[in-house]
Design a protein around this ligand. Structure first.
Ligand code: HEC
Ligand code: HEC
Length: 456
């Protein structure tokens, strides 16, 4: 089932179908299996950036952990597990030189020196129930912990960004990284001497699942970017590449986007009560589908961006890009084909396929379970995220992660600056308010809707 193709075919019925269809689908790549294969290959086997760290840090970094670490030579599996737990990484479901998803061997084309680098999957590769998935947002990643340790293990100066990368595992501030990098470039991508002071303050967020991208006409949480934009996915290389290199790499990123648009969500692996799900479906169609779309035989996805007043979730991400940042970005090579919308502020109601696997919920990951999404009064203010994505921490009733709820004045909460397993909804951008659309459901109706959501 592919909602996006369905909508496009509908829209195009009155145009010269053959030609127009070809053009409309070119951006999604869904019809070109060869591009999908090339994209998968490029994403999983190529490192697009020069090495950042020496190869040795994979083992050296254990010296910083304090206490006993498994011996990487005597017991590589135990070592890999300890390494992955510490930084929130997951085994690669493809050949990766023994490294977890998100880390890659890379060669400096100038010097031939080999080393390590991160890639898209450090954020976009996750696991659940012991199985890794390319495209599942990484809900365990400790990005700042990883950078700080890796720099230190390599004998480099302390890693410093000037903005908050993440206060909690699983959240990451990709927005501010991109905003800082683009502020150092001119419209033709040559480097500026001083950054543009655009005044944007992005918060850390959750990472969206790639398998819903194929349904979307617009991407990112605020829905301001055309989902066909290949170049927007290349921003992470702004620290290194020049204009010529960006242009050279664009075809590979078109393939990568084709691959992202081909990824399917995994199915719910536990039993589903079919009768209960059927009654949940009726409620969903009635109360939720107008924003989230319909699934099943006649799928549709409305691609709605819901205004902040109406959705009421934490506004920081939607309000983050300043007008100056947007107009600067739109003046650059990145936006030539697909400029960012200059006025819209809200959150896109996402497609809900594979929603069982993508807890915690909302754009900032502030809500551990679907039940709490649908009952805003039951959401915890401070909690500790589970130590892994194993099913022992998964809650099949409420659907999502079992979390340890913390007393706001407990010693753990006082010490929370140091403990990035603690999610504190009082922090910038991490509020858990809003999306009250499930509050009026009776408990039995809510159960039914949750059962239906398992089937998506
Ligand atoms: C540092 C973590 C990180 C890395 C690395 C990263 N992303 Fe993302 N990505 C995110 C986050 C967070 C978002 C959501 C951003 C937002 O809307 O604020 C996102 C959003 C996206 C989206 C839009 C998804 C949607 O449904 O709207 C695409 C596509 C995407 N990333 C592709 C990539 C590709 C391709 C790469 C590698 C070239 C990459 N990302 C590297 C964190 C990352
Ligand atoms: C007025 C439009 C609207 C209605 C009605 C609505 N939602 Fe949402 N929903 C949204 C938006 C927008 C978001 C994203 C909010 C955010 O992340 O800040 C969202 C987020 C969600 C999420 C979290 C998605 C994720 O990936 O984390 C779930 C689950 C959800 N909605 C389920 C439902 C269900 C079930 C109903 C019906 C009871 C419903 N919604 C009704 C607009 C709506």
């Amino acid at each position: 089932m592919n909602l996006r193709i369905m909508t496009r075919i509908g829209m195009l019925s009155c145009v010269i179908a053959a030609v127009a269809l070809d053009v409309a689908l070119a951006g999604t790549g869904v019809v070109e299996p060869a591009a999908v294969d090339r994209g998968r290959e490029a994403l999983t086997s190529r490192s697009f950036l020069k090495p950042e760290w020496s190869l040795e840090i994979y083992e050296n970094v254990a010296e910083l952990w304090g206490g006993e670490a498994p011996d990487p030579d005597a017991d590589p599996e135990a070592y890999a597990l300890a390494f992955n737990r510490r930084y929130g990484l997951h085994p690669a479901p493809f050949p990766n030189d023994g490294l977890p998803m998100g880390l890659k061997r890379s060669t400096d084309p100038g010097t031939g020196r080999q080393g390590l680098q991160v890639d898209c999957l450090v954020c976009h590769g996750g696991s659940i129930g012991g199985q890794s998935f390319v495209g599942l947002g990484n809900s365990q990643l400790d990005m700042i912990g990883l950078y700080q340790d890796f720099f230190q293990a390599d004998g480099r100066p302390i890693f410093f960004t000037g903005f908050t990368v993440n206060t909690v595992r699983g959240a990451v501030n990709a927005g501010q990284m991109a905003a800082v990098l683009i502020s150092l470039r001119k419209p033709d991508l040559s480097r500026r001497l001083f950054p543009i002071l655009h005044g944007s303050k992005f918060p850390e967020t959750d990472v969206p699942a790639w398998w819903n991208l194929k349904y979307k006409d617009t991407s990112y949480y605020d829905g301001r970017t055309d989902a066909r934009s290949v170049r927007s996915n290349m921003q992470f290389m702004l620290g290194e590449k020049n204009r010529e290199q960006f242009e050279e790499l664009e075809p590979a990123f078109a393939d990568i986007l084709a691959y992202l648009n081909s990824i399917d969500a995994p199915s719910y692996p536990f039993e589903i009560d079919a009768n209960l799900a059927a009654s949940g479906r009726a409620i969903f169609e009635n109360q939720c589908a107008k924003c989230h779309g319909s699934y099943g035989d006649e799928p549709s996805y409305p691609n709605l961006i819901v205004e902040l007043d109406r959705i009421g979730t934490d506004p920081a991400r939607a309000l983050a890009p300043s007008d100056l940042l947007v107009s600067h970005y739109n003046s650059t090579w990145f936006a030539e084909e697909y400029p960012v919308d200059e006025v819209m502020t809200g959150y896109q109601a996402p497609p809900l396929e594979g929603i069982w696997a993508t807890a915690p919920y909302l754009h900032n990951g502030s809500v551990p379970t679907l039940e709490q999404v649908l009952d805003s009064s039951s959401r915890p203010d401070r909690f500790r995220r589970p130590p892994s994505t194993d099913f022992e921490h998964y809650d099949t009733d409420r659907v999502g992660w079992r979390v340890e709820i913390l007393d706001p004045v407990s010693p753990e909460a006082a010490n929370r600056e140091k403990d990035r397993s603690i999610f504190d909804t009082g922090r910038y951008g991490l509020g858990n308010q809003g999306h009250t659309f499930g509050d009026a459901l009776r408990p039995d109706e809510r159960r039914a809707v949750i059962e239906y959501l398992k089937t998506l």
